[in-house]
Design a protein around this ligand. Sequence first.
Ligand SMILES: Nc1nc2c(ncn2[C@@H]2O[C@H](COP(=O)(O)OP(=O)(O)OP(=O)(O)O)[C@@H](O)[C@H]2O)c(=O)[nH]1
Ligand SMILES: [Mg+2]
Length: 276
Amino acid sequence: MPINWFPGHMSSARRDIRKGMSGVNLVIEVLDARIPFSGTNPLVAELRGDKPCIQVLNKSDLADPGVTAAWLADIAKDPLRRAVSHSLDEKPLLPTLLRLSRDMVREDPVRPMIAMIVGIPNVGKSTLINSLSNRKIAKVANNPAITRSQQRVKVNRRLVLLDTPGFLWPRLSPEACGYRLAVTGAISDRVVDPEDIAVFAAAFLRERYPDAVRRAYDLDALPDGDVAMIEAIGRKRGCLIKGGVVDLTRASERLLRDLRAGVLGRISLETPADFA
Ligand SMILES: Nc1nc2c(ncn2[C@@H]2O[C@H](COP(=O)(O)OP(=O)(O)OP(=O)(O)O)[C@@H](O)[C@H]2O)c(=O)[nH]1
Ligand SMILES: [Mg+2]
């Protein structure tokens, strides 16, 4: 099933970013470290044009560290971009961002540098703004579409940040990219079928991280078949309806919730080699 989610506020977010871009010195594109390819919005590249860009591979605490290192090496091949991995429990990112921006943005003795933070929904843009400015100024929640309009945040007299609403792009393709966005929580759960997304996740986990599933759910062996695996997880977690039958919807929601919360360990959903 192809996934599409481009509600009206995303269309206006794109319009506002286009309008504001001319006054911006630096674009900070926040990517989800678990899906640096599927979470790269092609519209962002189009809107930023040749503006300097730093990509932050965020939520790296949830991603497989070896795979994140491979992504950073892959992005480093592009002379037009800089990249750094980050998570909210790491040391402050501000000194690294300032260091990386120094050779990309010419310093203005009078005006502050204006950095626009862009990225897909729920990737941690507002959290990053709060940590960079050391204030609880931007609204944060674990749902996509929390920030609904641009917000200027002055960090100091040298740096101003612009928080923007996360937005996707119409027609998410290939289909697997849409699924990966949904697995990480970038797409509202209201517009997708949890069983459909969980079957995609189960197939991926069986192939790449079978031991993580066995460990997390105390399973001796993984059952054959993706739905059978979700059922086994549901049984272990008590997602049952009358007669001991597994409630597949609840079991699917449970698997997705656990995966997003890191219960299965640090898992990346794609590697550079997948796109070679
Ligand atoms: N595990 C983990 N969670 C994070 C990290 N950064 C942010 N989050 C969580 O991700 C969720 C979304 O964070 P926000 O900062 O609201 O995301 P956003 O990109 O501003 O989202 P929109 O405004 O909806 O586009 C919140 O529950 C944050 O606590 C991180 O580094 N690691
Ligand atoms: Mg936000």
